[in-house]
Design a binder for this molecule. Structure first.
Ligand SMILES: Cc1cc2nc3c(=O)[nH]c(=O)nc-3n(C[C@H](O)[C@H](O)[C@H](O)COP(=O)(O)OP(=O)(O)OC[C@H]3O[C@@H](n4cnc5c(N)ncnc54)[C@H](O)[C@@H]3O)c2cc1C
Length: 287
């Protein structure tokens, strides 16, 4: 099923994001978690794409299992950094052969060992070019793309990032999933700015619960701000991981409840492969 059909029918769409285990870890670890995620009744589960395609086979295999073994709709992430057009076509065709109709199409980050990677030499310079290419070959796929409420870190002006996002949606995007954020006002304000520029597709809110103090490093990389009350929470519980986890679950639950009450199109939970905490968050948020 194309996920955009679900977005058109229901609000909010509740989705989970998982990542493939490292290559030296058996795939069974994620399949155990998937049994538990299934019990939570998500509308779909998305599977991340390892930097530079390092785990592409795992992304395809896990996405396929979600769809064909667990009978949950799945969405495979796909980044084009470092890939030729032929490689992209091969991966997309493999996904289709596995009955997967939903792709989150991304440019990706520069490879870790090449921070000055020249995207102009890449087959696709921006995600919009990847999206146009996939769309030109497959009109029947549902294509999602990434959105950045506080602007993508590489873009110096938030206004320009929004214009770039409009190019991306015009290239054939069905819905957007946002980068993590901790202040819902950013989401509501983004919805208004997106509507003003003519972006009409659903925008799923990406929520990353705080599971540990490593969140500071993650937010620094993604360019996402941490509100003062969250900084205080992180300081208060910095030596007490259990209490920090509890407080993080409560924060995410309140954030999600507020988003639902204000009509968010979708809640996309960055689960970090943790079914138990995800379950508590959904329960607290009344889902
Ligand atoms: C929901 C979500 C899921 C993600 N999943 C993964 C994953 O599975 N694997 C992974 O490796 N990474 C993932 N990422 C991270 C993502 O790959 C990085 O943020 C990457 O740096 C940008 O990818 P993009 O598709 O947003 O790029 P783009 O949309 O191409 O944007 C990249 C930059 O180029 C600028 N730009 C775009 N078009 C133009 C233009 N025409 N002219 C000038 N500038 C332009 C944008 O403003 C932005 O600054 C995810 C991010 C999100 C939000």
């Amino acid at each position: 099923m194309k996920l955009i059909d679900l977005f058109n029918d229901k609000k909010p769409i509740v989705s989970f994001e998982i990542f493939p285990p490292k290559l030296d870890t058996p795939l069974d670890t994620i399949f155990d978690a998937l049994e538990k995620f299934k019990a939570l009744g998500p509308d779909y589960i998305s599977v991340t794409y390892g930097a530079g395609g390092s785990q592409k086979d795992r992304t395809i295999e896990i996405s396929s299992n979600i769809k064909n073994t667990y009978n949950i709709e799945s969405m495979a992430h796909l980044t084009c950094v470092g890939h030729t057009i032929e490689e992209i076509d091969f991966i997309v065709d493999s996904l289709i052969e596995n009955n997967i109709k939903n792709i989150l199409a991304l440019r990706g980050d520069p490879p870790a060992d090449q921070p000055d990677f020249d995207f102009s030499k890449n087959s696709f310079k921006y995600a919009s070019e990847l999206i146009s290419h996939i769309r030109s070959r497959h009109n029947d796929l549902c294509i999602a793309a990434a959105a950045y409420l506080e602007g993508h870190p590489e873009c110096s002006k938030i206004k320009d990032d929004m214009i770039n996002l409009k190019h991306k949606t015009d290239a054939g995007v069905d819905f957007l999933v946002t980068q993590l954020f901790f202040d819902n006002r950013l989401y509501y304000e983004f919805q208004e700015r997106a509507a003003t520029i003519g972006i009409k597709c659903p925008i799923a809110a990406g929520i990353m619960p705080i599971f540990s103090s490593r969140i500071k490093a993650m937010t620094a990389k993604s360019g996402c701000s941490i509100p003062a009350k969250l900084v205080m929470m992180l300081d208060k519980y910095q030596d007490n991981p259990d209490d920090l986890l509890k407080a993080g679950i409560e924060y995410a639950s309140i954030q999600i409840r507020d988003l639902i009450d204000n009509g968010a199109d979708g809640i996309h939970l960055y689960t970090m492969n943790r079914p138990k905490s995800s379950s508590e968050i959904l329960k607290n948020a009344g889902l």
